[in-house]
Design a protein. Structure first.
Length: 221
């Protein structure tokens, strides 16, 4: 396994959702939960053995464990509502990692998912599926919308753990909608859910994740 450099989160490390999706695909069928133990390195061969993804130095990058089926559905909104929410995306003004492949405003070649807050606290954003769609694309799309439901100015969070259920992949060019919600916050940990809907409003995938508040300074996303 190798996380290509274009799929970064913060500079020098992989986007958490994309990286987890790569590891989940390697783990094979059945629901899994991926826990990131260190920032996923870019352009570095990773080996998955006995549920541990290790780099060439033998350091554990992530753990991949079987988990219960994911049922973490966040209700949908129509595309017009998602577009309106995205216009208020706080990351357009203040983003801890503006080059993030998923939600970075500096990335013309990224997914450009800009989750804005809805009145009820959920996030929503439109997504145009890229030319090549894989399971990792969907895991990545489910990552940041959950995180931005808890991220606040001066209070950045990073992905710590995620489990996703992918029922179907969007077709390239599909106009989709992603929603996210904070379920609980305890200390530095936030449990969030997210969901991906296709052009016809059908649920394509959902995820539950734990995000960790950073005390200060950059880290993975």
């Amino acid at each position: 396994m190798r996380i290509e450099s274009r799929y970064n989160g913060p500079p020098g490390s992989g986007n958490g959702g994309w990286s987890a999706g790569i590891l989940a695909a390697e783990a094979g069928p059945g629901p899994v939960e991926v826990t990131l133990r260190r920032p996923p390195p870019l352009e570095t061969p990773l080996t998955l053995v006995d549920g541990e993804a290790r780099d060439p130095a033998g350091l554990v990058v992530a753990e991949v464990r079987p988990t219960a089926p994911v049922d973490a559905v966040v209700p949908p909104v129509d595309r017009a509502t998602a577009v309106d929410a995205a216009a208020r995306y706080p990351g357009l003004v203040d983003h801890p990692f503006p080059g993030c492949y998923v939600c970075g405003p500096h990335r013309a070649d990224g997914l450009r998912i800009f989750p804005g807050r809805l009145p009820d606290g959920r996030t929503a954003a439109p997504l145009r599926a890229p030319e090549r769609v894989t399971g990792a694309t969907v895991w990545a799309a489910l990552d940041c919308p959950g995180g931005w439901s808890v991220i606040a100015p001066g209070r950045p969070y990073v992905l710590g753990r995620i489990a996703a259920r992918v029922d179907a992949l969007p077709e390239p060019g599909d106009e989709c909608v992603v929603t996210g919600a904070t379920i609980a916050v305890e200390g530095r940990k936030a449990l969030v859910h997210s969901s991906l809907y296709g052009p016809d409003g059908d649920l394509l995938a959902c995820a539950r994740a734990t995000w960790i508040a950073l005390p200060a300074g950059p880290a993975r996303a």
